[in-house]
Design a protein around this ligand. Structure first.
Ligand SMILES: C[S@@+](CC[C@H](N)C(=O)[O-])C[C@H]1O[C@@H](n2cnc3c(N)ncnc32)[C@H](O)[C@@H]1O
Length: 258
């Protein structure tokens, strides 16, 4: 009863009798000056914001972006083509590595009794996220996460498989030959490197830096890798379709033993 009288009171001269609290409610309720809801931030704006923070902090750039949740590359799920390759038995078993593993979805997705997967990332926050994610998975016992720098890390065992998605494009282009050398040093002589070649376009700057198949060849051929497959990634997520290829690389045993 008390509440049903309020609208009448608001519209009558007797509204002055209302206590200040109720007058305030009326003012907000009637106002047409309410702030417009902000439009959702676009993918391009997210990348721009990430780059701003990334370049503002040369020493701990990645950690800072992880800390602020500026991770526009993160699918929030495992990479569909990797899941497909895993489910169809098309990935080498044994020991696998995901450098620059971020939240670790891909590490968990391909870990199994026949394949132990190491995820490494230079960001402490990324690694903490990945450990938290994996701890809820039945595959947790087949994963290891390490906070370390890919370029200086020297494990005591080599790998049968290395999977690179958005790590090659995340590093400075001048580091690409070092990246290839490190891949070569970390893989067993008959090990396989699987890359998702992305983003294939012609934008300037980064990360992510633009890439092409030729960029991978230029880095990988000198250390003996040859492509066994380069194909369009039909399972790329919609915004990346047409700008992403699957590249599978192996060393010819003859050249690798030289
Ligand atoms: C673009 S993100 C990709 C993350 C993940 N692969 C994905 O697709 O969601 C690049 C990642 O590489 C990590 N990173 C950059 N430089 C690194 C380095 N030298 N060693 C290890 N990780 C590095 C960053 O912290 C970041 O998590």
């Amino acid at each position: 009863m008390r509440f049903s009288l309020l609208p009448k009171l608001y519209n009558s001269p007797a509204r002055r009798l209302l206590p200040p609290f109720h007058r305030r409610i009326r003012f907000n309720y009637m106002s047409t000056d309410l702030p417009e809801p902000k439009p959702p931030i676009t993918a391009a704006e997210k990348v721009q914001k990430f780059q701003q923070v990334f370049h503002s902090s040369p020493t701990d750039s990645w950690d800072k972006c992880w800390d602020q949740g500026l991770t526009p590359w993160d699918l929030g799920n495992p990479t569909p083509v990797l899941v497909h390759l895993h489910n169809t038995g098309s990935l080498p078993k044994g020991r696998a590595l995901v450098p620059g593993c971020g939240s670790g979805y891909d590490v968990v997705a391909m870990a199994c009794a026949e394949r132990h997967v190491v995820g490494l990332d230079v960001s402490d926050i990324a690694i903490k996220k990945a450990i938290e994610l994996s701890s809820g998975s039945p595959n947790a016992e087949h994963c290891t996460f390490l906070k370390t720098d890919f370029f200086t890390w020297c494990p005591d065992q080599l790998f049968d498989l290395i999977f690179d998605y958005t790590f090659f494009c995340a590093i400075e282009p001048e580091l690409r030959s070092l990246w290839a050398k490190k891949m070569s040093n970390l893989l067993k002589p008959d090990g396989e490197l699987i890359t998702l070649i992305y983003p294939i376009d012609d934008h300037e700057g980064g990360p992510p830096f633009k890439v092409s198949v030729a960029d991978y060849e230029e880095a990988l051929h000198p250390v003996g890798f040859e492509a066994t497959q380069i194909s369009e990634n039909e399972l790329a997520i919609a915004p990346r379709k047409g700008r992403e290829k699957l590249g599978r690389w192996k060393r010819s045993l003859h050249r690798a033993s030289l």
